[in-house]
Design a protein around this ligand. Structure first.
Ligand SMILES: Nc1nc2c(c(=O)[nH]1)N[C@H]1C(S)=C(S)[C@@H](COP(=O)(O)O)O[C@H]1N2
Ligand SMILES: [Mo]
Length: 252
């Protein structure tokens, strides 16, 4: 709820400063800076563009709030996930040694990385909050490899605008723009609270996007793809959420 209030403040404040309507601000910013989210044009199109454009103007480099260790939730809430597939169980039985993260699309060097490969690239940690759109949240320490370290290895082509990411059960996937993809707190996470990332929380590999709502932090990641357009993924809205009335850009 706090996040929604803040988002409203930002957008309302911006419109008030300009002295014109919110939609006019959105259109102006969006066309000037190319800040049009993939789900623009649906029922919520103009509003989503306003939120996205306003936040991108104000928060491109801003960090998500980090918490002291004492604030780590004692009983973090793992949201319900689809039951593991046979394929997933085979990886699990082998301690996820064969789990691979494929990096493809518009990159100079397509990659296939094991969890050990990821660990050898970089190890970082952050204590941040997972906030679900349904109103609950928890704080945990997330340990992983920043996405930008993986992208550095892969070499995205200059025209890349989005990084799409896919869970092993292909119906969960999402995408982020380059501001979030290159953000230092966007992690491919394989550890949590000083241990391996538990399956319930997305183990062995989860995308953590702490500057957006929980649904952008997709669990069980096996593939990331660099692209200049989200038109050809799913229904072309950047992720499945806009089909259900949730925004592609879910900044908090
Ligand atoms: N693969 C997959 N990723 C997912 C989900 C899911 O059901 N499957 N749920 C999402 C939603 S809606 C939220 S709020 C967070 C919940 O994270 P948690 O289980 O760590 O609380 O995970 C997100 N990532
Ligand atoms: Mo959620």
């Amino acid at each position: 709820m706090k996040s929604i209030t803040r988002r409203k403040l930002i957008t309302t404040g911006l419109a008030a400063t300009a002295g014109i309507s919110a939609l006019a601000v959105a259109d102006k910013l969006a066309s000037r800076f190319g800040l049009i989210p993939p789900d623009h044009g649906g029922l919520y199109g103009p509003g989503e563009t306003l939120t996205y454009a306003a936040q991108r103007m104000l928060t491109t480099h801003a960090p998500a709030r980090e918490f002291p260790r004492s604030m780590i939730s004692k009983a973090p809430f793992a949201n319900e996930v689809a039951p593991p597939s046979e394929e997933f169980k085979r990886y699990q039985a082998n301690g996820f040694r064969d789990w691979r993260l494929v990096v493809d699309g518009m990159v100079e060097h397509p990659l296939s990385l094991s969890l050990a490969d990821l660990r050898s690239l970089a190890v970082r940690n952050q204590i941040t909050e997972v906030a679900c759109e349904e109103g609950w949240s928890y704080v945990a320490e997330w340990i992983g490899t920043p996405l930008h370290e993986v992208l550095k290895e892969a070499g995205p082509l200059p025209q890349v605008r989005y990084i799409a990411y896919f869970s092993i059960d292909r119906n969960w996937w999402d995408s982020i723009d380059m501001a979030d993809a290159l953000h230092p707190q966007t992690f491919l996470t394989w550890g949590m609270n000083d241990g391996d990332l538990p399956v319930g929380f997305g183990g062995p590999l989860r995308m953590r996007v702490p500057r957006q709502l929980g649904y952008k932090s997709v669990k069980f990641i096996t593939r990331i793809t660099a692209t200049d357009s989200m038109k050809h993924f799913g229904k072309g809205l950047g992720s499945p959420e806009p089909e259900f009335g949730y925004a592609w850009y879910a900044g908090i």
